[in-house]
Design a protein around this ligand. Structure first.
Ligand code: SF4
Length: 215
């Protein structure tokens, strides 16, 4: 019989190992550039990675620095994001955020969770993602994917990403670990742990997952 700590450790190891061979490759995962990661995370909000991938490289080529994004016309940013939906809101937030970064942070993305979180369109998850993926700080991340994953694997339920208990859980489970743990969770949820029909027989966690073991 495993202790809860041993089980958590096993889950982490399995997710990171699975990610190394089955993880998806995206341009925002192969860089530590905080601007690229911030823009990617802002676009990924309420949007699939595949949809973001279709516009990402062109967007970054066109608005390659906070200065260029801040100076761009809102209508041009909106047009570049049309296929993602919510394009007007996104364009407004991106431009405002870029303007603040230029004016208050000399064009550098702040390495502070509080400063990031205060930017338009940047909540706790995006701030944590930049701190973690760009700056290498071991901070927890909680979004809908993470909540779904925890509920399936550990049978622990939270009311949503703003539930403090979920952040506490991930502080214990995920904070000391690398970006690969989170990318592994995101990719597992996107490809195997599907909401309606999870593909447990193909999942590396099938022998340690609550949901799979109760079947
Ligand atoms: S074993 Fe099934 S329910 Fe559990 S994480 Fe994998 S796909 Fe999801």
């Amino acid at each position: 019989m495993r202790t809860p700590g041993q089980r958590e450790s096993l889950v982490r190891t399995k997710v990171i190992k699975w990610y190394a061979t089955h993880g998806r490759s995206f341009p925002w995962r192969t860089t530590k550039d905080p601007y690229t990661i911030l823009i990617a995370e802002m676009l990924l909000r309420r949007t699939t990675a595949i949809a973001v991938l279709r516009v990402f490289n062109d967007f970054m080529a066109r608005f390659e620095t906070p200065e260029r994004l801040a100076k761009a016309r809102e209508s041009d940013i909106t047009r570049a994001l049309t296929s993602l939906g919510l394009q007007s809101v996104r364009a407004k937030q991106l431009r405002k955020t870029a303007a603040i970064i230029v004016k208050e942070y000399h064009g550098k993305i702040p390495a502070s969770h509080d400063a990031l979180k205060s930017l338009p369109g940047v909540g706790s998850y995006i701030a944590s993602a930049v701190m973690n993926f760009a700056y290498g700080y071991a901070v927890p991340l909680v979004d809908g994917n993470v909540i779904h994953f925890i509920s399936r694997v550990f049978g622990v339920y939270f009311s949503g990403p703003s539930d403090e208990r979920a952040w506490d859980f991930m502080t214990k489970f995920g904070a000391s670990h690398k970006a690969e743990l989170y990318w592994g969770i995101i990719d597992l949820v996107a490809t195997l742990c599907l909401k309606r029909y999870p593909r447990c027989p193909y999942c590396p966690l099938s022998e340690v997952c609550d949901w799979s073991m109760k079947d």
